[in-house]
Design a binder for this molecule. Structure first.
Ligand code: NAD
Length: 339
């Protein structure tokens, strides 16, 4: 997708949430493609440390602050010709702790961002936007595999865990309506269980939690009976897919599942981590009630149909689960050695 933003054709991108796990990999991929990159991040769950490899790069500019800060956002958008919006309150653990902040963080800045992009579009300066959405928008849809046009099926508003998926679904509406009504070029990507170096386990992300426990010789805690089904994709494959979508005209105004379509149960994942690190380690089972709260509901199966992605950008994964595990284990060992 060619941006008409900058007459000098300089490639300048903004990555919101760029100090986060996926954002930091996207920043590196953009710099490697010759882009100048601005990051806005308030370091609520991300860390400037994630950007240590790039912080001295003359093409990189870091703005520590909130994407909800209109003055900051307006100023940075003036300087770029593409936006990747990843800043969000992420993960079901965080939602349980702070539902209101999650809803506010995920909806209001997206509204602000799209209103600024609308202004630029009206002034003849189209700035393409990639919106990071999530498999959580499917809610508890019971289908085997989820296709982008499927119905979304959420639980009641008294159960806050659904607020994450719903807030991201509202973001999708805002982005798609801005595209349809005002011509803002948007691409929506629904990520499915992205994993890799720099992901941390604090907010309930399962793979880093397992690897950190196993390397510390602690038992692995599996929720419920471990028969939940997930598909894990390496963050570098995901970042590559996102960049390719943003270079593809046919992607504009569309929603894409982004991730792996190779399922594995959480129990099997735990076994594979143990087999690689220490086969003598135990697996312990913990009820959802103990792990979260009385009214927690999990999604048992989460498998994407990625045909649309494959057809639009000829997408293939470089990392299978075995390579992913090796990479995550090696990175976690390195981090532990650094202290
Ligand atoms: N990791 C996954 O498997 C996954 C799955 C589905 C969707 N996603 C989406 O991908 C995006 C990135 O997620 P991630 O896994 O890298 O999580 P992350 O927590 O590492 O990244 C989110 C980043 O946003 C920043 N942030 C939060 N609120 C902000 C604000 N108001 N202003 C500026 N920065 C703010 C955080 O500090 C953090 O750096 C999110 O939008 C998330 O919803 C991730």
């Amino acid at each position: 997708m060619e941006s008409q933003a900058n007459p000098s054709n300089a490639k300048r991108a903004l990555v919101t949430g760029g100090a986060g796990f996926i954002g930091s990999h996207l920043v590196e991929a953009l710099l490697a493609e010759g882009w100048q990159v601005h990051v806005i991040d308030n370091e609520s769950t991300g860390r400037a440390e994630n950007l240590r490899e790039v912080r001295d790069n003359s093409h990189f500019t870091y703005h520590q602050g909130s994407v909800g800060d209109e003055t900051l956002l307006r100023n940075v958008i003036e300087q770029v010709n593409e936006v990747y919006h990843l800043a969000a309150a992420v993960g079901v653990g965080l939602i349980a702790e702070a539902p209101l902040e999650t809803i506010e963080t995920n909806i209001f800045p997206t509204g602000l961002l799209l209103s600024l992009l609308r202004e630029h579009t009206a002034a003849g300066r189209k700035i393409p936007l990639f919106l990071a959405s999530t498999s959580e928008v499917y809610g508890k849809n019971p289908l085997e595999r989820w296709t982008e046009d499927e119905d979304l099926l959420f639980g009641p508003t008294t159960r806050f865990r659904w607020a994450y998926g719903m807030s991201k679904a509202i973001d999708e509406f805002i982005a798609l309506a801005s595209c349809r009504q005002y011509g803002v070029p948007v691409v929506v990507g629904r990520f499915f269980n992205v994993v890799g170096p720099r992901q941390v386990g604090h907010y309930g992300m399962v793979l880093p939690r397992f690897v950190e426990a196993a390397l510390a010789s602690r038992p692995l805690t599996v929720h419920d009976n471990g028969q939940q089904v997930r598909c894990f994709a390496h963050v570098r494959d995901v970042a590559r897919g996102v960049l390719r979508l943003m270079r593809t005209e046919a992607a504009v105004g569309q929603v894409f599942n982004i991730g792996s379509d190779q399922p594995v149960t959480i129990l099997e994942l735990a076994r594979r981590v143990i087999a690689k690190i220490d086969p003598s380690l135990e697996i312990r089972f913990q009820s959802y009630k103990e792990a979260y709260s009385e009214d927690f509901e999990d999604v048992r199966r989460r498998i994407p149909n990625i045909e649309r992605l494959r057809q639009t950008i000829d997408f293939d994964l470089d990392y299978d689960l075995d390579r992913i595990l090796d990479d995550v284990i090696a990175w976690t060992q390195e981090k532990r050695a650094e202290g």
